[in-house]
Design a protein around this ligand. Sequence first.
Ligand code: ADP
Ligand code: MG
Length: 749
Amino acid sequence: MTFGGFGFIIHTSQQWRCRLESFDLRRHYIYTPEMLMCTPEADQIISEWGVFSMVNVPEMFGSLVFNDETMKKYLPKGTYKALKKTIEDGKPLDIAIANIVAHAMKEWAIENGATHYTHWFQPMTGITAEKHDSFISPTAGGGVIMEFSGKELIKGEPDASSFPSGGIRATFEARGYTAWDPTSYAFIKDGSLCIPTAFCSYTGEALDKKTPLLRSMECINTQALRVLRAFGDNETTHVSTTVGPEQEYFLVDKKVFDKRKDLIYCGRTLFGARPPKGQELDDHYFGSIKPRVSAFMKDLDEALWKYGILAKTKHNEVAPAQHELAPIFDTTNIATDHNQLTMEIMKKVAEKHGLVCLLHEKPFAGVNGSGKHNNWSMSTNTGKNLLEPTKHPRQNIQFLTFLAAVIRAVDENQDLLRISVASAGNDHRLGANEAPPAIISMYLGDDLTEVLHSVLSGEDYTADGRPIMETTAEVLPNFTKDTSDRNRTSPFAFTGNKFEFRMVGSSENIACANFMINTMVADVLQDFADQLEKAEDVNSAAEALIKKTVEEHKRIIFNGNNYSEEWVKEAEKRGLLNLRSLPEALPLYTTEKNIRLFTKHNVLTEVELRSRCDVLLEKYSKIINIEALTALDMAKKDIVPAVTSYIKELAQTVSLIKSVDPELVPAAQTELLKKLNNLLNCFVKKIDALDKAVVGAKEIENVADNAMYFKESVLSAMQELRAVADEMEANMSSKAWPYPSYGAMLFSV
Ligand code: ADP
Ligand code: MG
């Protein structure tokens, strides 16, 4: 529905009254804020007039979450205290307490419109899973009552047979368990009370992404505390890792999306000639946000706030149609749950606005892909950030110790960091345009690098605190500079008081990157603690330890341009890994070093590790198989017929011109006809080659070999097919091409 004319919205206490006057129809709407936000009319109003404000954020924030405040309100004091204690101590919940908590949760959920509950978990596929049970329980008189017991809260038993396990659990032993993670609040989504849970097999192996993450948080807590104690800190009782994931995404118009099978089946385009304009002007980055996108972002913020998600920053990204959302950081497992929820809500809110949110790492060739900058740090329960350099980092031996631990962890575990972000989608991004390269290195910035130099050389570090930044304009205040500038090309950059791991793909679950970072850092901290606990003078022992660590691992530090060709060569000289694709990286997952690392800290057993490796390899092959079949379908059913018709049209034009006057020479049409005919012949050969490549994969049983085959033979055959299609598209009338162009997709909103 479109409105002409004018309109206005008035806010009364409970209702939003909006009056729309149009030339051909007069309407008077009364909406509650809730309704107004989700009607097409409202979207129209917002986008046309930009009128809509006055949202009570504090009241809205967390309104769908059974958070601390709600717990206090709904739980008897004793139960609340007992629950908090079990959460803090990480002990199993007493069934009597669980029953009271479950009852309160159910009462609250029903009051807020829920009828069902579900154990919400994160299987190894990377998406979240849920199976909904209603609260109803029959009564003697043929009626029902709403029930929810402590047992149902603590443990669920979904049939697990269709979730990937990498061979851990045979399908006939389909039993899987979900166990409540009381550290992450329950919430209401689509009429269901969602209980964040871990998911494991009958025999106790982890089948999800949350379990190893929780285990890794425990192990880094243990080791970091030991280091703090060695430094004489007797106050801190808990160290947690914190994460703020910046989420990138694309928005395209739903009508355009629906016409592209590749976007529908694969989430990325498999064909498409380059548009005349891409991102070369960088004019989209931080540009003013278009009204329709702005309305989407506003709606999204509000939806996220209701789930207690601290959505904070939003802006346009570099590529056209690309945007970013950053939340305020939280402890790792909560940040992970929230990021999973954020991705889901983004998709839903987009639909309401007639848009589709693309989370794929590389939806369009030739423009930037999307990632998820994983900002990571460690903080104490007393509120101290252990990666805060403070004013005098050279004197802050404790900070330098933690910094050194991260440096060594990254250098020793380059393979794992690369594996933690490996996926079929992310392979297109790593090393491509503007993305961090597949080589792992760390950026520390000039100041910290100087500090470490002074540790190595024993010379004084002269900078007296942080330098003052002069803004040169009288009216602007001068401010203290961060200890590191931004280096947008580094995959693992120190950004003031945290590390930003930039390789994570936009659609990936951040649990994987974080359980690996936590474990590798914990492993080094354990070694440091072993040494510092024995030391007579902890400061001089730490100084020596930092010096040794930096000497041995300085090759991983690189402050220059990671996108340059020289760096690739230099990195090779330094002996750094360059694992360009998943099939190259994954075999390193199960090396002796990695089995030792994960088993030593009880994060993954060897069986779990091997199964995870297989799941990733299988998924990679499946994705490329789907992409290949989609490309074949598009090629055979749409592209070949479209080009054939266009050639026919040209041929008819040629003979028509000749029939008018045999002296006339239809040279242009004939040339184009020949060109397209040649391309079409070539295209059909490439179709045949891809067909054969897909069939060939069936013969390779070993999962690792199969994945490698998909990369070497199938993916490359797809790329060859695409090149010909794109050339045909560039030479045809846009009306004759069967799909919306790149220009139409990228500039559709
Ligand atoms: P930029 O895009 O310049 O990197 P943003 O402000 O967009 O910066 O994102 C920074 C992210 O880092 C935010 O999500 C923020 O909450 C997060 N962050 C800040 N401090 C910490 C910390 N101590 N631990 C983890 N994440 C943090
Ligand atoms: Mg960032």
